[in-house]
Ligand binder design. Structure first.
Ligand code: XMP
Length: 312
C-alpha cells in the first residue's frame, strides 16, 4: 500500500541531504510530475530552489500564462525564459521521430546548462517518473527527461547533477503525492502532456506554422472532451496531405488531422476511449471549420500496444 505522506517525508529528507547548502533549479511545465517535483523541492529547501519555466514554443494554447497562475497560487515564483528560437532551430529539417526527440532532449539540457550557469546553480530537480524510465531504457522512445538510464552522465555532458525524486512512481501515485502536498486539483487531475510538447504531435518537420495548426486543433479536442473521464485527448498533424473539395466544387489539397482519445491507468498500456459520436462530429466540424487548411479529420482506434499513446 503506497503511503504518500511517508513518501513526502522521505523525499524531503533525501532532497535536503542531496542539495546540502547549495541552490537547486527546477523546471516546470505545469504538468503534475514537474509541479510535484517543484513543490517537494520547495518544501525541502524553500527559496534556495529556483523555479523556471521554459517557453519552448511547443506548449498548448494559453499554457505559459496558466502555469504561472497556478505556480502563483502555490506560492512559488517562477522565472520565464523565452527559448522558442533554440527549439525551432534545433528541430528544423528533422523528420525522423527519434532524431526529433534527441534534438529536443539535447536542446532541453543545453538550455538548462545556460540557465544554471546564469543562476549559479549546479543541481537540477526533474520530474521523471517510472514510465518514462521504462520506455526509454527499453528503447521504445527517447524520453526528453531520461539520461542516466540510457548511458548519459549529466555532470560530464552538461555540468550539473540531476535529482529525480519521483523516478520510482507511476502516474497514479504521483497524483496521490500531489494531492497530499496540497497542490490544486487542476494540477493533480491534469491530463498528461509529453515533455517534447507539440513537437511529437506534428509528424514530420516541426515548423512554427505546423505547431500553430496542431495547437488550434488540440484546443478544440480538449474543449470538446472536457468532461470525459479519459486519460488523454489530443490532435496530431499527419505528415502527408490528402485531396478534398471546397463547397464551390474546387479541388483542395489539405492537411490531415488525427484525433486520439485514450483511457489508461499508468500510460504503460492504453485503449481508445469510447467518445460519443456527437462529440466526434462536433470535433470534426470545428476543426475543418476553424482551420480551413484541414480537409480530413481521422479518429484513432488503436490500443497500446501495438501503438504508443503519442504518434512519435
Ligand atoms: P507513449 O507515447 O510512450 O506515452 O505511449 C506514454 C505517456 O508518456 C507521455 N510522453 C512523455 N512524457 N516526456 C514526457 O514527460 C516524453 O518525452 C514523453 N513522451 C511521451 C505521453 O503523453 C503519455 O502520457
Amino acid at each position: 500500500m503506497f503511503e504518500p505522506e511517508k513518501f513526502i517525508e522521505e523525499k524531503i529528507a533525501w532532497l535536503r541531504r542531496a542539495i546540502g547548502d547549495a541552490e537547486a533549479l527546477a523546471a516546470t511545465s505545469g504538468g503534475v510530475d514537474s509541479m510535484t517535483t517543484a513543490a517537494l523541492g520547495h518544501r525541502a529547501v524553500g527559496d534556495r530552489l529556483k523555479v523556471v519555466f521554459l517557453d519552448d514554443g511547443l506548449m498548448r494554447e494559453g499554457e505559459p500564462q496558466e502555469v504561472l497562475r497556478v505556480l502563483g497560487r502555490m506560492g512559488i515564483k517562477a522565472k520565464i525564459f523565452d527559448v522558442k528560437d533554440h527549439f525551432f532551430s534545433a528541430l528544423r529539417g528533422k523528420t525522423d521521430p527519434e532524431e526529433k526527440r534527441k534534438a529536443f532532449r539535447e536542446t532541453f539540457y543545453r538550455t538548462f546548462a545556460d540557465i544554471a550557469r546564469e543562476l549559479g546553480v549546479s543541481c537540477l530537480l526533474q520530474g521523471t517518473i517510472a514510465a518514462d524510465v521504462v520506455e526509454a531504457s527499453g528503447g521504445v522512445k527517447s524520453q526528453h527527461n531520461v539520461l542516466e538510464q540510457v548511458g548519459i552522465d549529466p555532470m560530464e555532458r552538461y555540468g550539473y547533477r540531476v535529482l529525480e525524486p519521483l523516478k520510482d512512481l507511476y502516474k497514479p501515485q504521483v497524483r496521490e503525492v500531489a494531492r497530499a502536498l496540497g497542490l490544486p486539483r487542476e494540477v493533480y487531475e491534469r491530463r498528461p502532456f509529453p515533455g517534447p510538447g507539440l513537437a511529437v504531435r506534428v509528424l514530420g518537420e516541426v515548423t512554427p506554422e505546423r505547431v500553430e495548426l496542431v495547437r488550434k486543433a488540440t484546443a478544440i479536442v480538449e474543449e470538446e472532451t472536457e468532461g470525459l473521464p479519459c486519460f488523454q485527448a489530443f490532435a496530431v498533424l499527419m505528415r502527408d496531405k490528402a485531396t478534398g473539395v471546397t463547397e464551390a466544387g474546387e479541388r483542395k489539397y489539405g492537411e490531415v488531422v488525427a484525433v486520439r482519445v485514450v483511457k489508461s491507468e499508468d500510460a504503460m498500456t492504453a485503449e481508445p476511449f469510447p467518445v460519443p459520436w456527437e462529440t466526434l462530429r462536433s470535433i470534426e466540424r470545428r476543426i475543418t471549420g476553424e482551420i480551413p487548411t484541414v480537409t480530413h479529420v481521422l479518429f484513432d482506434l488503436s490500443s497500446k500496444p501495438p501503438a504508443t499513446i503519442e504518434f512519435e
